[in-house]
Design a binder for this molecule. Sequence first.
Ligand code: PRT
Ligand code: ZN
Length: 226
Amino acid sequence: MSNSNRLRIAVQKSGRLSDDSIALLKAIGIKLNIRDRLLIAHSTNQPIDLLRVRDDDIPGLVMDGVVDLGFIGENELEEKMLERKAAGKPFEYEVLRRLDYGGCRLSIAVPNEMDYDGIQSLEGKKVATTYPYLLERYFKEQGINAKAVMLQGSVEVAPRAGVADAICDLVSTGATLEANGLVEKDVIFRSKAVLIKRADGELSDEKETLVNRLMPRVDGVLLAKE
Ligand code: PRT
Ligand code: ZN
């Protein structure tokens, strides 16, 4: 933000990416004093502040230049990028590093009993998802006329509830699909966590120097874990 010389980094407050993102920051030598309820956490040994928010907010915070860096899943990043592009909002960012956690895939899954013969089986059907832009882009690429139905949660129960014919949701082990009588059919996007940087203008020299000093340490941590 305008008067801050401290590097601002957005991280998910509590969720699947939180622990690994914080662990990475600590592993590169950033001491953090995180108090559970607080939105902001200050580093005690570097000019760095963490903004702890919902993952959904992170792409926008980076693209609007409210923060300098952010840790985010590529699925959420790409969806928000498409959404903002469609809305005429800034959608630029730079990927600094692809990370080694948060791995998952965005897949189309259908009820066990459905006759599925490839994506054309969804012609004219409704597909529930939290990622309508990614799904509609896929339908367009495949030349399919199907409708993405937006659901923020409980996507996997949509077919049983009669809300949609199929779903498109994140999968890691596949246990959730199985428990809901669904079969994974088409992977439409593969995702990992990434560290991104605002691309709407130069960072100050001090911030740029700090980022350039930190990145080799990130590489060191990633390499050591391989
Ligand atoms: O509160 P906030 O909005 O910040 O969190 P959130 O609930 O939106 O996100 P969260 O913490 O669940 O996920 C954050 C990110 O983690 C996602 O955007 C992905 O980039 C990544 N990720 C990795 C996953 C999964 N794996 C994953 N398995 N996100 C969600 N899931 C869910 C999936 O939606 C489904 O409900 O886990 C279930 C499936 O898991 P399996 O193992 O049963 O297949
Ligand atoms: Zn979220």
